[in-house]
Design a protein around this ligand. Structure first.
Ligand SMILES: Nc1nc2c(ncn2[C@@H]2O[C@H](COP(=O)(O)OP(=O)(O)OP(=O)(O)O)[C@@H](O)[C@H]2O)c(=O)[nH]1
Ligand SMILES: [Zn+2]
Length: 355
């Protein structure tokens, strides 16, 4: 295997040279667990950690390596390495960190295409599709919607579902597949390009791992991490998350996600809801919130059925969420600043009081 097989590019190579990193090895992070990384190189896999100075300089979660990252590293043992630098990311899919208001968490980096997977039997949720789309649009990743488990419903039901999805999401291709009958799998395989990185996004149980197995033609087992204290199997931490398929495509399987909160960087919202946002030009007031104002072109379009009511509500909900993220981040920064001032004053007082 070569680095190019893993997705390495000319741009990355010239960056590496420019930055004087040529003496270090280059590899791609294929899994991450509590600041321990598995880094794959052309002919090796390393257990890696980051060097102290990198940790020291890290200001936020996104400064640490993530699955999909290219890193410059030094081998120090047979299969151990230290990560010295994270190379610039072409794309970065991120969400609001669960339970940590105002913080971001990277899902995967350097992704070219995302497969947004949903199951047609009971999980289908167009609001959630729009949410994943927004996340993709924000980071410049090309989305494809995959409807899985089509073996579980009748053909006419599937036709209706696809029409339903496409009435709300017009600009994104939709592909129906079944991991059971393998219908659609070859079509999907044929679309995947050598050296490009794909990522599977979707809730737990929609069939991402099964799809990975079908695309790779192998049974790639997930090792479930066992929490030592409770001996309870912990959910969906796969040991390896990045795979090179025989077709040459590179596939990242992210653990199933229950929550996909938006961050302030969700500029993709306007792209996802382009047909809604465009109408705002005709609103009577420039600062229209598109809710209760008279002369709101968006509300009018919802009323006359031009815009889907559910889509409209989902748009407003996500716009509020983005705003909330922004305000909590601002608040936190303010608090940090105040805390910094307090420390400074304390030190000053201590000096002057000489205790
Ligand atoms: N009938 C049917 N069942 C499927 C299909 N694809 C997957 N399944 C089943 O759905 C269940 C969940 O599939 P997984 O592939 O583990 O789902 P996942 O999205 O990887 O879930 P996480 O690993 O929790 O994120 C398994 O029991 C699969 O056998 C399908 O096309 N048809
Ligand atoms: Zn309006």
């Amino acid at each position: 295997m070569t680095l190019e097989d893993l997705g390495y590019s000319v741009d990355l190579e010239s960056y590496r040279k420019e930055q004087g990193l040529a003496s270090l090895g280059i590899g791609r992070v294929i899994s991450e667990h509590k600041e321990r990384y598995v880094v794959k190189t052309a002919d090796h896999e390393y257990d890696a950690e980051i060097i102290g100075s990198l940790r020291f300089l890290a200001q936020q979660r996104s400064d640490f390596p993530a699955v999909g990252d290219w890193v410059a590293m030094a081998e120090f043992d047979d299969n151990k390495a230290l990560i010295h630098a994270v190379l610039p990311r072409k794309t970065m899919i991120e969400r609001q960190a669960v339970g940590k208001q105002g913080e971001k968490q990277i899902i995967a980096t350097n992704i070219d295409f995302a497969f947004i997977v949903q199951a047609v039997d009971r999980d289908l949720n167009i609001n959630r599709m729009e949410r994943y789309l927004t996340i993709c649009n924000t980071s410049g990743v090309n989305p494809l919607i995959i409807l899985n488990k089509t073996d579980l419903i009748a053909d006419h039901e599937l036709t209706a579902l696809i029409a339903n999805v496409q009435s709300r999401i017009r600009q994104v291709p939709v592909l129906a597949i079944s991991n059971e009958t393998l219908s659609g799998i070859d079509v999907l395989k044929a679309q995947m390009l050598k050296g490009k990185t794909y990522c599977l996004l979707g809730s737990s149980g929609v069939g991402k791992s099964t799809l990975l197995n079908n695309l790779s033609g192998r049974q790639i087992m997930k090792t479930i991490a066992i929490s030592a204290s409770t001996h309870k199997g912990r959910h969906a931490t796969s040991h390896r998350e990045l795979f090179v398929l025989d077709s040459g495509g590179i596939l990242i399987d992210t653990p199933g996600m229950r929550e996909v909160g938006l961050t302030d960087a969700a500029t993709g919202l306007e792209m996802t809801f382009e047909n809604i946002v465009q109408l705002a030009r005709d609103c009577r007031f420039k600062d229209c919130t598109h809710t209760t104002e008279t002369g709101c072109a968006i509300v009018a379009a919802v009323e006359n059925g031009e815009i889907d009511q559910a889509s409209y509500e989902n748009y407003l909900k996500m716009a509020r969420e983005r705003e909330h993220f922004e305000s909590t981040t601002a608040e936190r920064r303010m608090k940090d600043k105040e805390f910094g001032k307090m420390i400074k004053n304390f030190k000053k007082n201590r000096k002057s009081n000489k205790y």
